[in-house]
Write a protein that binds this ligand. Structure first.
Ligand code: BES
Ligand code: ZN
Length: 966
């Protein structure tokens, strides 16, 4: 029993596959989809609490013990290599469908006796060969048992092959399949992307396999530890380009079933996981330079127009240096002969680290000095740096299972700053990890609904379990704790351990403790370094328990203590931790401006720490926020720090100025500190010109906007912020010679944007006149945009907010005509700033039409609208009303559901909104929340916390703002 459905089409013919007549394909695909659909439909109508059939995206746990009902592959077979041929059709069939056909031979070794083959296959229509969905032959000496039955197990996404007898341990076998699939525009597996060039629609066939969609392109053992060598051949229309992980080896023009085709075969890949495979057929051009001394061919691919306009140059310029940097940082050479990177018009994530063929969203790879901002440029740099880091950490050495995803993504998210810094050493990029990752994830990890970095292997099974792991905890907390580790080990020790780890496990798989072991060996061989505990014991406390500590320092006695920091002080932590929510904490500190000897806080309290201060000295801990914790002091020390900020803020390191603002605001949100103390840390900002503290303040003030922009606090708050930002605005007006020059430093360029953003938002007339004037000038002469790219997002937003339909429609026209995706993105963002409900509602509707808003941009557009106080309710209603159809349309595993839920509910802070959230959860418990389930819990938790906080603090905040405006 337990068998899913079984396509039994007789008269399968070997070799039919590649030339499969469209009609056959369509009928067959229709069968597959009908089956999948009927499951969904059953689930939808099945309704009720006890609906018997689970939908595809939230399957009920399997009762059966049959191995085909388990989501994990058995350990009986080990793939060795695949010979894979794919033929995507870039023209629509008569039925209006795009398809691909393919054939694959998977050669594997039997490592445990079995009479069953389970191989992943999803939404593929398999052609019958000799009466079955696959054919088994022996390789070498063994003889293959006969195939008895084959069927597709839809829920677990397997093709099951039941044999009449067992395979021999040590024997090699070959499994042949032939198949067709739809080349849909669903951004998953082998999919279709479209764009228009010179008035002609063009189609690209491309892939996104991670985490579990290689099985949607061909039957394969689709788990990261099932590494194999892939021999790929692509069949494509003459004149188009075919790319894959390996270098093009051979190109032959021929005819298959009456069609002229080019057959391109590629060098075999290294031994690697299925999720880093990539196949692309397109009509793109590329930039490259003569190979360097290391003989690696670097190519940047994109639409022909984009390449002609030089949009690939920047990516091309930084790739070589970044690859070189990693070769020396990891002490392992880049093992492939080429590095292709390609910008795709439709792409769900930001970028994907396919080995040798990295795929990107256009905005993450293309740069045009005429249109792109410095922020766009930095984005290109850091995304490239992130993905290239994965070439070693992730691709060469791969974690055994997805439960360790945090180490893969956290690692790349940490070292991306190092690679980027190497390419642009004047940008101060390394510091910004504090804002982008540490502070950002503190906000999530301080909730009771957070979760530990590391999950147990047996907790992560279904594709949705896996997708949910791609969250800010894995990325940003992962990056933050690895940075802390590298800091307390010192970089040379960290890279030494890293390098032996990568060398030992090259082309194979690991668990995170393998890395700890290698780092420990590096520690052990460094006599000058002494740690209070092993790397394993120190790190376990950071990765096996959720959250992080707040260290409280009493500088009058030197007493130090740690507590689990929770934003909702009343929440009861039900998840037990074997470490009692205590951490081993590296304490770095300064006293009266002088750096002191670091030490460890190893218990809940330390009554004899050296952290004491007398009357005029201040103590500052967690220098440059290299530790993943917040700090609180006795009130005298806070006062001394405040005095220092107000008298000469430069004596406090710039990152710690940002920290003081962020820590005090968050300690106040957690009711550990009085909110007025936090607000007082902002007063000195009228003298602050540096980016980091302003960014930190703006993050926290934005939180205030969300909390108060619908309440009576709004007016006095605006007045105060306006007063605060005016000096910064005037400063930039001055140094840019009345906005005619670009500030020279990268960070000043960002801070100029902050100045304009906040000044316009708080209604500073001179700011609004400036932005409206620029926009008007542009509307009068659309071919000559007078606004500097760095300022466009902010200026467009402010002008569209101040304007009406005319401004909006102009923005929309410009959006449609933009020749670079980053310019289109700026407009797409700004269009969400309108204050007219009807324009926002119309815009929301546009997100349902992929010819207006690409699917990849749907969630972020809705979230932008929700950020706007006028759009908030419209967006929330829009999402709730269509939740079910969103889920069915975009699948359960897509990256963005979490973003959608957290985005549209970010402003929630009232009891009524909390009820709506709870109702939403109840209404949809049957169909589920896809990869947004965590996010919904987090949103309920944070709304609850805000509600309580507001009840106690709103009046205080209001009167403080009023007192400041006098
Ligand atoms: N491996 C991911 C891409 C990915 C994300 C695939 C989610 C499947 C699901 C890639 O390395 C990545 O992390 N990309 C980031 C950009 C990066 C700079 C943080 C992304 O896509 O946002
Ligand atoms: Zn990544």
């Amino acid at each position: 029993m337990g068998k899913g459905f079984y396509i039994s089409r007789s008269a399968g013919r070997v070799g039919l596959l590649l030339g499969a007549a469209a009609a056959v394909t369509i009928v067959a695909l229709a069968i597959v989809y009908a089956q999948e659909k009927s499951r969904n439909a059953a689930a939808d109508d099945g309704g009720g609490v006890n609906g018997t059939t689970a939908p595809a995206f939230t399957p009920t746990p399997m009762a059966s013990n049959d191995s085909w009902d388990q989501y994990r592959l058995p350990d009986t077979l080990r793939p060795e290599y695949y010979n894979l041929t794919l033929w995507p059709r870039l023209h629509m069939g008569q039925d209006g469908m795009y398809i691909f056909t393919g054939s694959s031979s998977a050669v594997f070794t039997c490592v445990k006796e079995t009479d069953l083959i389970l191989i992943h296959s999803k939404m593929l229509n398999l052609t019958t060969i000799d009466g079955h969905l696959a054919r088994l032959t022996a390789v070498g000496l063994a003889t293959a048992p006969a195939v008895e039955a084959t069927w597709l197990q839809m829920e677990t996404q397997y093709l099951v092959i039941q044999l009449s007898g067992v395979m021999t341990v040590g024997g090699s076998y070959q499994l042949d399949t032939e198949f067709q699939g739809e080349l849909a525009d669903d951004l998953e597996g082998f999919y279709r992307s479209e764009y228009v060039e010179d008035g002609v629609k063009r189609v690209v066939a491309t892939t996104q396999m991670q985490p579990t969609d290689a099985r949607k392109a061909f039957p394969c053992f689709d788990e990261p530890a099932m590494k194999a060598v892939f021999h790929v051949t692509l069949i494509h229309e003459p004149g188009t380009v075919a790319l894959s992980n390996g270098m093009e080896k051979d190109t032959v023009n021929t005819t298959i079933e009456g069609t002229d085709v080019t057959v391109t075969s590629f060098e075999p890949t290294k031994r690697m996981s299925t999720y880093v495979l990539a196949f692309i057929v397109c009509d793109f051009a590329y930039v490259s330079a003569p190979k360097g001394s290391d003989n690696i061919l670097i190519r940047i691919w994109a639409r022909r127009k984009a390449i002609e306009q030089g949009q690939g140059e920047y990516a091309h310029n930084v790739t070589g240096p970044i690859l070189k940097f990693y070769e020396s940082y990891f002490n392992v050479t880049y093992p492939l002969s080429k590095s292709d990177q390609i910008a795709l018009p439709d792409f769900n994530a930001g970028a994907m680290e396919n080995w040798g063929l990295v795929t990107y969203r256009e905005t993450a790879l293309l740069y045009d000095p005429q249109f792109s901002s410095n922020g766009n440029k930095e984005r290109v740099l850091t995304v490239i740096s992130h993905e290239l880091a994965h070439m070693w950490f992730g691709n060469l050495v791969t974690l055994r299972w997805w439960n360790d995803l945090w180490l893969n993504e956290g690692f790349a998210s940490y070292v991306e700053y190092l690679g980027a810094n190497h390419a642009e050493p004047t940008w101060n990029i390394k510091d910004t990890i504090v804002l982008n990752d540490v502070h950002r994830v503190f906000a999530v990890d301080a909730l009771n609904s957070s979760h530990p970095l590391s999950s147990r292997e047996d907790e992560i099974n279904m594709p949705t379990d896996i997708s949910q792991l791609f969250d800010s905890i894995s990325y940003s907390k992962g990056a933050s704790v690895l940075r802390m580790l590298s800091e307390f080990l010192s970089e040379p020790v960290f890279v030494k351990g890293l390098s032996t780890y990568l060398n030992q496990f090259a082309y194979s798989n690991t668990v995170y403790t393998d890395l700890w072991d290698h780092l420990q060996q590096a520690v052990d061989s460094t006599p000058s370094l002494s740690l209070p505990h092993s790397v394993n014991d120190i790190m376990n406390r950071w990765i096996l328990q959720m959250g992080f500590p707040v260290v409280t320092i009493d500088t009058s006695t030197g007493e130090l203590s740690q507590n689990h920091f929770l934003l909702d002080s009343e929440s009861v932590v039900e998840k037990a931790s074997e470490f009692n929510y205590e951490w081993y904490i590296p304490i770095t500190w300064k006293k009266a401006g002088v750096g002191q000897e670091p030490f460890w806080l190893l218990q809940k309290t330390d009554t004899h720490s050296p952290l004491t201060a007398t009357r005029n000295e201040w103590v500052l801990a967690n220098l440059n926020i290299t530790g993943y914790y917040r700090v609180n002091y006795d009130s005298d020390n806070w006062e001394r720090l405040l005095n220092q900020l107000n008298s000469d803020h430069q004596l406090i390191p710039v990152i710690n100025r940002a920290q003081i603002v962020d820590d005090t605001f968050n300690l106040a949100r957690a009711k550990i500190l009085n909110i007025t103390l936090a607000l007082r840390t902002t007063v000195y900002l009228s003298h602050e010109r540096e980016l980091m503290p302003w960014e930190s303040a703006i993050d926290n003030l934005s939180h205030f906007f969300l909390l108060f922009d619908r309440s009576e606090v709004y007016g006095p708050m605006q007045t105060y912020f306006k007063k605060l930002i005016t000096p910064l605005f005037s400063y930039f007006q001055r140094i840019t010679l009345n906005w005619t020059r670009v500030p020279s430093s990268h960070t000043d360029q960002y801070n100029q944007v902050n100045a304009i953003w906040l000044a316009c938002k708080t209604g500073l007339d001179s700011c609004q006149d400036l932005t409206k004037g620029w926009f008007k000038q542009w509307m009068q002469d659309p071919a000559n945009n007078p606004i500097h790219p760095n300022l466009r997002t902010t200026v467009y937003c402010s002008a569209i907010a101040a304007g009406g339909a005319e401004e909006w429609d102009f923005g929309w026209e410009m959006f449609k005509n933009a020749s670079i995706a980053s310019e289109a993105d700026k407009l797409r963002y700004a269009l969400a700033c309108s204050k007219q409900p009807w324009l926002l509602n119309r815009y929301l509707k546009y997100t349902l039409d992929p010819t207006k808003i690409r699917k990849q941009d749907v969630t972020s557009t809705i979230v932008h609208i929700a950020r706007n106080v006028v759009g908030q309710t419209l967006a929330w209603d829009f999402v709730r009303a269509r939740w079910e159809s969103f889920l069915t349309q975009y699948g359960g595993s897509s990256f963005s559901f979490a973003h959608l839920i957290s985005g549209v509910t970010k402003r929630f802070s009232s009891r009524f909104e909390l009820q709506q959230l709870q109702q939403f959860m109840k209404d949809n418990e049957n169909i589920g929340f896809g990869s947004g389930a965590f996010a919904l819990e987090q949103s309920i938790a944070s709304t609850t916390a805000k509600l309580k906080w507001l009840a106690e603090n709103k009046e205080t905040v209001l009167s403080w703002f009023i007192s400041q405006s006098k």
